[in-house]
Design a protein around this ligand. Structure first.
Ligand code: HEC
Ligand code: HEC
Ligand code: HEC
Length: 203
């Protein structure tokens, strides 16, 4: 038994054990504790304070209009980061998010001598994951609160009017343009799109 446990926690198996652990959590979820777990993990405080690395996004977010504004309406972490409409997609997102959270908690960020520096080093990759998710769902979480139909576009700033009108025609989604909204912007670090291949060179 002792050897079994020792083997389970050897570096070779650690990742599989972690994944098994996540599935166990999902299993528990199916048996009814799920709703409570979701409520708990959805609390703003949970996101911000459970792990130190989340305090960086939290401090940035606190300066944004999604935290405080003249209307007194707030979007908290899960409003943008956790799917709401469908039970199954919530569960899948939660487990993936959990995996990622574990990976980071016990991974190199937590072990780095300077967690902020390690977080900054990973930020672009993390952001890319979030962008890809939002692109794939047509910015579904944004649309829980916003929609083009609900906008008085003619009362928006000139630049927004033009962009939103063409976005509707071209089927663009919120995250195509609104990157770096509540966190430190990193979209400028994205590599510019590869130049179109030229077949002329050397001919
Ligand atoms: C829980 C509801 C909610 C969600 C989810 C939400 N927003 Fe907002 N958003 C608001 C409210 C309320 C305001 C008004 C704040 C203000 O401008 O005073 C706002 C303001 C904005 C603004 C203008 C202010 C600014 O910070 O530039 C933009 C742009 C915006 N949202 C885009 C988005 C995008 C993109 C998403 C998805 C990633 C999103 N919102 C998700 C509620 C939400
Ligand atoms: C093609 C690019 C583009 C797309 C797509 C787009 N926006 Fe915008 N949006 C803009 C620009 C540009 C502004 C003006 C920003 C500024 O002036 O600071 C803006 C401004 C806003 C504002 C602030 C309006 C105000 O009156 O200040 C909100 C809210 C907003 N967008 C929400 C959204 C949401 C929600 C979506 C998806 C349904 C979306 N946008 C899609 C480009 C876009
Ligand atoms: C209004 C929607 C919105 C809210 C609220 C929000 N996020 Fe984000 N988050 C995003 C978007 C969009 C990205 C993708 C990167 C970007 O565009 O800034 C992102 C990226 C991230 C990342 C990847 C690192 C980075 O900086 O890009 C982390 C971690 C994160 N969010 C955690 C949080 C936490 C924790 C909270 C609450 C304290 C929170 N987010 C609140 C929309 C939101």
């Amino acid at each position: 038994m002792f050897r079994l446990l020792k083997n389970l926690f050897s570096p070779q198996y650690r990742r599989s054990v972690l994944i098994a652990g996540v599935f166990l959590v999902i299993g528990l979820g199916l048996s009814g504790t799920y709703a409570t777990a979701v409520d708990y993990t959805n609390r703003l405080e949970f996101c911000a304070f459970t792990c130190h690395e989340m305090s960086f996004p939290y401090n940035e977010y606190k300066k944004s209009k999604h935290y405080q504004n003249e209307f007194g309406a707030r979007a908290a972490c899960p409003d943008c980061h956790v799917p709401h409409k469908s039970w199954t997609s919530t569960m899948v997102a939660k487990s993936l998010a959990t995996l990622e959270l574990f990976d980071h908690l016990f991974g190199h960020i937590a072990h780095a001598p300077d967690t902020q520096q390690a977080f900054e080093a990973d930020r672009l990759e993390l952001a890319k994951t979030v962008w890809a998710g939002m692109k794939a769902t047509d910015s579904r979480e944004c649309r829980n609160c916003h929609s083009f139909e609900a906008m008085l576009i003619d009362q928006q700033p000139q630049r927004a009017q033009g962009q939103h009108t063409s976005a509707m025609k071209e089927g663009k989604t919120c995250i195509d343009c609104h990157k770096g909204l509540v966190h430190k912007p990193v979209q400028q670090l994205l590599e510019p799109a590869a130049p179109p291949a030229s077949f002329d060179i050397g001919n």
